[in-house]
Design a protein around this ligand. Structure first.
Ligand code: CU
Length: 181
């Protein structure tokens, strides 16, 4: 029972966190703008601390991609391509934009790593040229019960009212029958 409640609470917390959509912008050390281009050869990227459900935004041109790395090394195998070099959605020179959402599995891993498989694709040359990002993951913020609870409560009470409705009708009908006698 308590396990189910915990899972339910976790789901509510995640839904709530997702609604706020806190965004982390990938940024190089020393960068003063909101974000940096996701690219190689510049300063190292600042590590990001993110909660489950929060998002990490990458902006990059056609010479990069977004790989979720299997570990902190630049190994070429076991990585997952999250976005390729032509997903679009970006602006200006950075034609690509990718939003990564931190997952519950990432919380288990505690720290996740991103890099780029270019150039050329699959060489991971950029990984050795500072195009790496470390994200440390923590649990979604616990929210006051008052913010999340009303929906569940109203849904429950609605169901209860609906189930009581036939009984109410029967008792009203019974009263009418009694009056008519
Ligand atoms: Cu790259």
């Amino acid at each position: 029972m308590s396990l189910y409640l915990s899972i339910a609470a976790l789901l509510v917390a995640q839904t709530h966190a997702a609604a706020h959509e806190k965004m982390h912008h990938v940024k190089m050390i020393g960068e003063t703008k909101m974000m940096s281009s996701w690219k190689a050869g510049g300063a190292a990227f600042q590590p990001i601390a993110a909660k489950v459900g929060e998002k990490v935004m990458f902006h990059y041109n056609a010479y990069h991609d977004v790989q979720k790395m299997s570990d902190s090394s630049c190994g070429k195998t076991g990585n997952t391509e999250m976005a390729n070099n032509s997903i679009g959605g970006g602006s200006g020179a950075d034609v690509n934009k990718y939003l990564y959402t931190v997952t519950a599995a990432d919380l288990v891993a505690k720290t996740i790593y991103f890099s780029c498989s270019y150039y050329p694709a699959g060489s991971y040359d950029h990984c050795g040229k500072n195009q790496t990002l470390t994200v440390t993951v923590s649990a979604a913020a616990t929210t006051p019960a008052s913010t999340a609870a009303p929906k569940a409560t109203s849904a429950t009470s609605g169901a209860v009212q609906n189930s009581k409705m036939p009984l109410l009708l029967v008792s009203v009908a019974g009263s009418l029958v009694h009056l008519l006698k």
